[in-house]
Design a binder for this molecule. Structure first.
Ligand code: GDP
Ligand code: MN
Length: 379
């Protein structure tokens, strides 16, 4: 789950990290008022679930409240990498002596949380990672002992920091790691972490993502969710217990079980097609659930054909067939679809479908081949 910069900053502040505290505004007038409160130069920043705001024109400096009003009105409503800006953060502008990068991620290769730091912080960090990865220094925390002090100091030395800055940097690094673990983050990042005009460390851009699988034990996290930032179909799916991930292709998939869903997407790709989504309708899919799932798949205008691949293990094929027929009675399915239905009570299920004039394909391979052809035919 993604959260906004200002929310991530509030979290990091609880861990003693000096942040540049601002005011969240939804209108240009509110931004002018906030600028007036701070007095002097302010920075106006788009609050969207996307990086690269600076490059997209979503971060502007303003000298006066009037300036702030016009900067905010430019930024509000802006589309940044597909995200519409509904809010801006207004904060006192800071003088930047130096920008560094500090982040933590779940590192599968390192089998732990890896903290990363680079002296080349700021808006070009992706390019640094790509072109000179040696400029990004890493330390992997021990799963039980955590991130040790010497690791934090080693990062600081690798950045070439003056000795008097090492202690402060190490403290912030430890705090980021602690926040990461406490919040079950997938990513926690300060970019840039700066040395301000007074030579003090300050976080001026914070980012945290929370692992969806940990939300059940993060009671406060749901309050941080901003539904305006999320894919509408994914939101509906989550509310009904269906795992749905939107993808870029044109073949809609409705499958039961995460493993079978993955295998189905592989089979589609193997035959030269591209899945439009991952959808796991769940182990015990009821008629209602199937109707809902089919609605979700068809809600995407890019979908040119649908593959329904159900293995009746806990779910009985006749129940699934009933659900499918009920769903198709309610929804006008305008695109071609291919059904493969095997497992418990498959004969009954297949008969119900064929009585209704729907052909059922026997193997997954054949089903994938047919749906790819159908998508090409109707594209
Ligand atoms: P991002 O582009 O989405 O990563 O947004 P950031 O919040 O990191 O802002 C982009 C860049 O704007 C930063 O890397 C800074 O160089 C600059 N910036 C942000 N806030 C201030 C500020 O208060 N003063 C100055 N001088 N620059 C700022
Ligand atoms: Mn940034």
């Amino acid at each position: 789950m993604n959260i906004h910069e200002y929310q991530a900053a509030e979290i990091l502040k609880q861990y003693g990290i000096p942040i540049n505290e601002g005011i969240v505004c939804e209108t240009a007038d509110a931004a002018a008022e906030a600028a007036g409160k701070f007095g002097g130069k302010v920075v106006i920043k788009a609050q969207v679930h996307s990086g690269g705001r600076g490059k997209a024109g979503g971060v502007k400096l303003a000298e006066s409240p009037d300036d702030a009003r016009s900067a905010a009105s430019d930024i509000l409503g802006m589309d940044i990498n597909g995200h519409i800006v509904n809010m801006v953060l207004v904060a006192p502008a800071v003088d930047i002596q130096r920008e560094v990068y500090l982040g933590a991620v779940v590192d599968r290769d390192g089998r732990g949380v890896t903290v990363m730091a680079s002296a080349e912080g700021g808006v070009e960090i992706e390019e640094v990672a790509r072109e000179s990865p040696e400029k990004i220094h890493t330390e992997t925390a021990h799963p039980h002992l955590g991130l040790r002090d010497y690791q934090c100091r080693r990062l600081a030395f690798n950045l070439g920091l003056d000795p008097e800055l090492v202690g402060g940097f190490a403290k912030i690094t430890r705090a980021v790691h602690k926040a990461f673990v406490d919040y079950d983050a997938g990513l926690a990042e300060i970019n840039p972490l700066i040395l301000n005009g007074d030579g003090e460390w300050q976080a001026i851009d914070s980012k945290i993502t929370i692992d969806d699988n940990a939300l059940y034990r993060q009671p406060g996290a749901e309050e941080l969710r901003d539904l305006r930032e999320e894919n509408e179909i994914e939101v509906q799916a989550r509310a009904s217990g269906i795992s749905f991930v939107k993808l870029d292709g044109n073949i809609g998939c409705m499958v039961n079980g995460a493993g079978l869903s993955m295998a189905t997407m592989d089979a589609i790709k193997f035959h030269g097609g591209e899945p439009a989504n991952f959808l796991d309708v769940g182990g015990g899919a009821s008629a209602d659930q199937v109707t809902l799932a089919l609605n979700l798949v068809l809600a995407e205008p890019d979908v040119k054909a649908v593959l329904i691949n159900i293995f009746g293990g806990i779910t009985r094929c006749d129940v699934v067939a009933e659900g499918l027929l009920e769903a198709m009675g309610k929804i006008n399915v305008e695109v071609p679809f291919v059904i493969r239905l095997i497992g418990t009570n498959q004969a009954e299920g297949q008969k119900m479908l064929s009585d209704a004039g729907i052909t059922v394909v026997e193997t997954m391979d054949e089903a994938a081949k047919q749906v790819v052809a159908a998508a090409e035919g109707s594209a």
